[in-house]
Design a protein around this ligand. Structure first.
Ligand SMILES: Cc1cc2nc3c(=O)[nH]c(=O)nc-3n(C[C@H](O)[C@H](O)[C@H](O)COP(=O)(O)OP(=O)(O)OC[C@H]3O[C@@H](n4cnc5c(N)ncnc54)[C@H](O)[C@@H]3O)c2cc1C
Ligand code: SF4
Ligand code: SF4
Length: 612
């Protein structure tokens, strides 16, 4: 191998945590692999508990989570990721069936901190906005012992769950289940109450709220700067969705053009299609493969008869008698410049008009921070996003912001994580320092490791079934159906069990190479120490293992390593399928299969004692 060395990493707790890629990628660190495996074991209620623990919106997320876990899933590097989101839905449905949708039982499964066992602190906190960020913040604050009141300007709780995400993707009874579970903690809600109009922030403090969490989302549509947007028949996408979701049926005519290539634009086009409008066009600057919308959303929109006009730049809304008559567009040569920046180039002379009765814009969202009217000491970007520090404080004492209003338009699970972070910051602010969060690992040696299902590496990913187009367009019926039990168990068995690790004990190993020979994935290698390159952790390990002083080691490192008989076991984690054959083959039990579980605990800063 010449001078080339193996670049290695000595596994530590952080390494094993990062090995569980699904959990590591989830903003609230849901132990996705664990609930997937609980489903594989037939324990669906435990699966729900594992999903619900860190996430009060587990049921909603089972349907519409943007699933960063799946994007990170290690199975994706072999073929396709495990269907983690759809399996969560299966666990949720199993729990609801088994408990008759018992919201109290669901609430009991939360693992959010309970400072002082949730005993009422006597302090009041106001939360402005009842979307996922505000609700998750309220949930965690209530668990921490605060008396929480949510102020919501609309007549319904749920933020974008109700006003943005269409019912055909997220049935309202699922939102209600999660919302009721959160409210069962004793949280008060004042609906139809707009902070900034019905009360100022100062008036909330006057009402003896000692801290305020602003979670007002991003409900404004960014304006499209082209001629003709003042014409009758031009709509802002977010407000149009809100009206339809509240039961209104706005007059849109027979031909509708939606401008935008993201998920929100797809939701609008598909919603309009369900209003029995046949002629729906979707126009965007990007090419089909550049569109920011999920591929599945685009595909389903096309199946539903929406005409896509890709690589078209809107130039002008064409009018007739003050009303929309069409959208003039120009072909796009390129959307991004050479450095990858958004900088569209157009093809002169390629202009055309798409005839339409209505034009709906969906080119981005902005936040309305009128709830801070009259306040000083905070900053906001040009799109209304409130600037926060690391603790999500906005520069005014006792006032914090979370979710889309603090981070810009994002995803549900990001908003939940942000609300949770704000709750912890508020707790620290109101209680003073004295406690801190520690990440801890629980490691269990698995004595009788059960090999994963036969041929599990060959099981293909199956998409959940969906309704036929005709049935979809007959109203707002839920498009995606759940897995059957049989499919759920089969799909769960695709998991590579990344929370199980092969742990090699150097004291017991006799370097027979049996594990290397038996490994079906060729991911093990025994090699001499002199072939290794690593960081100071490798140096420390060798010094400790062979009793060499730091000074001596640093002086004669190469000589020491080449004169040693020592060997190291290298493992390529990406390829390991946790079959356990290495552990089974080892004659000295030097290889064990060990389960790693991680949790965050709230501890007393001085004594280290666990508080929750
Ligand atoms: C059409 C659409 C589809 C989406 N689909 C998905 C999806 O499939 N998956 C996903 O992960 N994410 C999706 N998102 C993104 C996701 O919905 C948001 O990131 C998330 O809802 C943000 O949560 P939030 O709590 O910050 O704000 P919001 O959910 O927007 O809630 C804010 C709440 O504050 C209230 N409010 C505002 N001002 C005041 C005031 N002054 N006083 C009192 N109350 C006030 C509002 O009425 C609202 O109820 C979608 C977004 C849209 C628009
Ligand atoms: S294979 Fe399983 S444990 Fe590994 S990242 Fe995917 S879901 Fe998680
Ligand atoms: S568990 Fe299987 S794939 Fe992983 S190292 Fe051991 S033998 Fe190889």
């Amino acid at each position: 191998m010449g001078d080339e060395k193996y670049q290695i990493k000595i596994p530590d707790i952080d390494y094993f945590r990062k090995m569980i890629k699904c959990q590591d990628a989830c903003p609230v660190n849901t132990p996705s692999g664990s609930y997937v495996n609980a489903i594989a074991d037939g324990d669906y209620i435990r699966a729900y508990g594992l999903a619900r623990g860190p996430n009060p919106f587990a049921s909603v997320c089972g349907l519409i989570c943007n699933h960063p876990c799946e994007k990170a899933c290690r199975r994706g590097s072999i073929d396709e990721p495990v269907s983690i989101r759809a399996l969560k839905r299966f666990a949720v449905e199993s729990f609801m069936k088994a408990t008759n949708s018992n919201v109290y039982k669901s609430a009991e499964l939360s693992t959010a901190f309970r400072n002082g066992n949730g005993i009422f602190t006597g302090k009041k906190v106001a939360v402005i906005g009842s979307g996922p960020a505000g609700m998750a913040g309220a949930h965690d604050l209530a668990r921490l012992g605060y008396k929480v009141t949510i102020f919501e300007s609309k007549p319904v709780i749920g933020g974008m769950f109700y006003f943005g995400i269409p019912e055909y993707r997220l049935p309202r009874d699922i939102i209600k289940f999660d919302v009721d579970s959160i409210l069962s903690l004793g949280i008060d809600v004042r609906l139809n109450f707009t902070v900034g109009k019905d009360a100022t922030l100062q008036e909330l403090f006057d009402e003896e709220f000692e801290a305020v969490l602003i979670a007002v989302g991003a409900h404004l549509s960014r304006p499209l700067s082209i001629e003709g947007t003042e014409l009758e028949g031009v709509f802002h996408g977010i407000s149009l969705l809100r009206r339809v979701n509240l039961g209104e049926r706005p007059e849109l005519g027979d031909r509708v053009v939606v401008i935008g290539g993201g998920n929100v634009a797809m939701d609008i086009a598909r919603t309009v299609r369900r209003l029995k409008i046949k002629n729906v066009h979707s126009v965007c600057l990007e090419g089909l493969h550049e569109m920011p919308a999920d591929k599945l959303e685009i595909l389903e929109a096309m199946e539903e008869g929406i005409t896509l006009h890709v690589r078209k730049g809107p130039q002008r809304v064409v009018g007739n008698d003050g009303k929309v008559a069409g959208l003039r567009v120009i072909d796009v040569a390129a959307v991004f410049d050479e450095s990858g920046r958004f900088n569209p180039k157009f093809i002169e002379g390629s202009e055309s008009v798409i005839e339409a009765d209505s034009v709906i814009t969906a080119i981005g969202q902005a936040s309305d921070n009128d709830c801070l009217k009259g306040c000083e000491g905070f900053k906001a970007t040009r799109w209304g996003t409130i600037v926060t520090d690391k603790s999500l404080n906005i520069g005014i004492q006792g006032v914090f912001a979370a979710g889309d209003v603090a981070a810009g338009p994002g995803i549900v699970i990001g908003a939940v994580a942000s609300g949770q972070k704000a709750a912890r910051a508020i707790d620290k602010y109101l209680r003073g320092s004295g406690h801190k969060i520690e990440k801890r690992a629980k490691i269990t040696v698995i004595k009788d490791y059960k090999k994963p299902a036969e041929d599990y590496v060959k099981i293909e990913r199956k998409k959940p079934p969906i309704l036929g187009v005709e049935e979809r367009l007959s109203g707002f019926n839920q498009v995606e159906k759940g897995y059957t039990e049989e499919t759920a168990v089969e799909q769960a068995n695709r998991c590579l069990k990344c929370n199980i690790n092969t742990v090699f004990n150097g004291e017991l190993c006799i370097a027979c190479g049996g594990c290397v020979d038996v490994c079906p994935m060729n991911c093990l290698k025994l090699t001499s120490l002199s072939n290794l390159a690593g960081d100071e952790n490798l140096d420390k390990l060798i010094q400790n293992r062979y009793g060499i002083s730091k000074e001596e080691y640093e002086k004669n490192k190469d000589e020491i390593l080449s004169s040693m008989n020592g060997a190291a076991m290298l493992k390529d984690e990406e390829r390991c399928i946790r079959c356990g054959l290495c552990a089974k083959r080892c004659p000295t039990n030097a290889v064990t299969m060990e389960k790693f579980e991680f949790e965050e605990v709230l501890v007393n800063e001085q004594s280290g004692a666990i508080i929750n």
